[in-house]
Design a protein around this ligand. Structure first.
Ligand SMILES: Nc1ncnc2c1ncn2[C@@H]1O[C@H](COP(=O)(O)OP(=O)(O)OP(=O)(O)O)[C@@H](O)[C@H]1O
Ligand SMILES: [Mg+2]
Length: 638
């Protein structure tokens, strides 16, 4: 049994010094869209008066607009706002922090026909309507109960006329008649995240805010504290709050060890998120193994090349492009890789449980039975017969199975060396089995004659803290690819069980925590294939449940959540949910993610690239996060 102690983590010196900028640099580089920002900023800085807060909110507004456009200007605007906030804080005047924070938004509304314990309505006066925006955090000051709440706007803005019922014919007509237009109210819905206590904590609440309670924009500098988003693992910033950085803690058992799911539609930013997870885990001293089905991660040793993303990285996150130093790419001997110096590897067929091979190669029942007999016989026959010096430890190899499955005619009818007692039907099954195994051999990934000089995948070398190992299986057929995944998981798991975290490995180094990332996990085990792949699913469940306690974490990525079996969803507690457009893909995620207000889900189909709903036991509340761009290079799939 392993017991984790935090001593075994060696987070590296973080290369995250905020970059020095001059005002000229800021203003010169802020494009036209941010003239409003500049103006508001200057007003805010010059003033110590209540107007300052007005100006600050204009800054925020400009920023939000830029962010919604999802253009590089957004990050420019972010820097300007940060600068303004810092300047205000440096002045250290009470007005300054007041000015940069408290902006009135509106009042708690009466309850309509839909009632909920965890939400309330907000009504916004016309002059505050410009501050209303979904996803922002608000404070609610309830003087009647003497309480303060933290909330988040989850729905709206909705509009109702001030004077008459919206359905009345007179009101309807004013919409088309500019001369008769009248005022309207802006309304929305707030998810109540909890009650604020004096000790700057959010606790669950047995009540709700009363009508007329005042609602204000919650100041950024207090948010980090309340949301518990501090740590060494930098993910990005809170959506709608570019100054609020979102961190997790690499030593928190509820974060990576609860296993990660990254879901989203094509182009929603999943791979970037996977890359960020890998980079941060490496920085925190983890060993990371990335199973690359597209061949896109094989240049992560180089810094990010895309100039727009590099700009965003620097301006919004104060980070420079940077490649991973300790980096290796492994590729099956028949496949090619865009890596600079890929290392060829093979996996030994004898390392698998026959049931796992049967699942992955989709054997019929008869084939699975014959395969089990054949491998058992091979083990008896060959375990003393070394085929080559480096395979001494393996009881048999694929070549021996192929040779042993040849049907030879004899005086007493056909015979098969590995099936001494074969009946006629078994002999014919053996023929089919042999051709399936032959096909497998052609992947160049297993141990047969043509791969004799190729080394086996060195599992020890994957388990090195701070090292990223990429398995480029982009040119491998589906079945061989799945065997490679099963092999890596199984062998790493064995090592992790053998050597508790921090105990010394044969290399003399302490065993690091381990993160294994699998892209397109639905092609490994699909929902449709799940009932036929019990052995694979069972071993995945064992690995994830037992591995979790031993600091072996899985990160499972999929763009087709509706093809991911529920068993796999259940393994992933820490979830990055990117844009998911279709209900058929969103439904399985919703069904298996607890504690998210229905209104939040409504935002998921409209999220931009890199925006993610982050949920899990490690976070007090689910968060909308704009994930940072990765610092290392990724090749775009052709
Ligand atoms: N966090 C981010 N910040 C800014 N831009 C991003 C971010 N994440 C992704 N993008 C942009 O979106 C593009 C697609 O991202 P990515 O390849 O990560 O998506 P994906 O979900 O993995 O797509 P696919 O389904 O094709 O694998 C990137 O090339 C990048 O331009
Ligand atoms: Mg991708």
């Amino acid at each position: 049994m392993s017991r984790h102690t935090t001593d075994h983590f060696h987070p590296r010196e973080q290369d995250r010094q905020p970059k020095e900028h001059t005002d000229e640099f800021f203003f010169d580089s802020v494009p036209s869209a941010d003239v409003g920002v500049r103006k508001a900023l200057i007003t805010a800085e010059q003033s110590d008066e209540p107007q300052a807060s007005e100006a600050t909110s204009e800054v925020q507004q400009a920023l939000i607009t830029a962010e919604q456009r999802d253009e590089p200007q957004a990050s420019e605007a972010t820097s300007v706002v940060r600068k303004a906030l810092i300047t205000a804080e440096q002045r250290d005047e009470p007005q300054a922090s007041e000015a940069t924070s408290v902006v009135q938004l509106g009042y708690v509304d009466f309850d309509g026909s839909v009632r909920s314990n965890v939400s309330c309505g907000v009504m916004v006066p016309a002059d505050c309507a410009k501050h209303f925006r979904r996803d922002i955090y608000v404070g609610i000051r309830d003087r009647e109960q003497g309480l303060e709440f933290l909330g988040r706007i989850v729905a709206g803005p909705f509009h109702t006329p001030q004077e008459q019922h919206p359905k009345s014919a007179t009101v309807q007509e004013t919409v088309l008649d500019p001369d008769r237009r009248q005022g309207y109210h802006v309304r929305g819905k707030i998810e109540i995240l909890g009650q604020l206590t004096d000790g700057e904590r959010v606790v669950s609440t047995p009540t709700r805010p009363r009508p007329y309670s005042e609602i204000y924009l919650f100041p950024d500098h207090r948010l980090q504290q309340f949301l518990g988003i501090k740590g060494d693992f930098y993910l990005g910033h809170l959506y709608g709050h570019p100054c609020v950085k979102v961190h997790a803690q690499s030593t928190n058992k509820d974060f990576l060890p609860r296993n990660v799911g990254v879901f989203g539609t094509v182009g929603s930013g999943k791979s970037n998120t996977a890359q960020v997870l890998a980079e941060e885990a490496i920085e925190a001293g983890w060993a990371v193994v990335l199973i690359d089905v597209e061949g896109e991660y094989v240049r992560m040793n180089e810094p990010l090349g895309d100039p727009e993303l590099a700009k965003l990285l620097e301006r919004a996150h104060q980070l420079q492009p940077k490649g991973i130093e300790d980096f290796r790419v492994y590729v099956p001997s028949s496949g090619s890789s865009a890596a600079t110096s890929p290392l060829p590897f093979k996996v030994p067929i004898s390392a698998f449980y026959p049931e796992v091979v049967a699942d992955i190669l989709e054997f019929t029942e008869a084939q699975a039975r014959v395969f089990a007999m054949v491998t058992a016989q091979a083990e008896r026959l060959y375990s003393t017969e070394a085929s080559s010096p480096d395979e001494l430890q393996r009881p048999y190899n694929l070549q021996q199975l192929l040779d042993g499955l040849m049907v030879s005619p004899t005086a007493n009818g056909p015979s098969v060396r590995l099936l001494p007692m074969a009946n006629e039907q078994d002999v014919s099954t053996a023929g089919v089995l042999r051709s399936k195994l032959l096909h497998l051999g052609r992947s160049g990934m297993l141990d047969w004659k043509p791969t004799a000089p190729v080394p086996e995948l060195p599992i020890d070398e994957l388990l090195v803290g701070g090292r990223l190992s990429v398995l480029d299986i982009s040119e491998t057929d589906d079945r061989s690819r799945n065997l490679a995944i099963a092999y890596v998981l199984q062998e790493l798991f064995k090592q992790v069980i053998q050597t508790p975290m921090g105990s010394l490995l044969p290399s003399g180094e302490p065993r690091p925590p381990l993160l294994v990332m699998i892209e397109e996990v639905h092609t490994f085990v699909s929902r449709a294939a799940a009932p036929k792949m019990r052995a694979v699913l069972d071993s995945l469940q064992i690995i994830s449940r037992r591995g979790r306690k031993r600091w072996m974490s899985l990160a499972l990525v999929s763009q087709q959540p509706n093809h991911v079996p529920d068993e796999i969803f259940e393994l992933a507690n820490t979830r990055f949910i990117h844009q998911v457009k279709s209900p058929k893909n969103l439904d399985p995620i919703k069904r298996t993610t607890a504690g998210i207000d229905e209104a939040l889900w409504a935002n998921v189909p409209a999220m931009g690239p890199g925006q993610s709903l982050l949920t899990g036991a490690a976070f007090k509340k689910s968060l909308f996060v704009k994930i940072r761009p990765a610092r290392s290079r990724r090749l775009l799939a052709s």
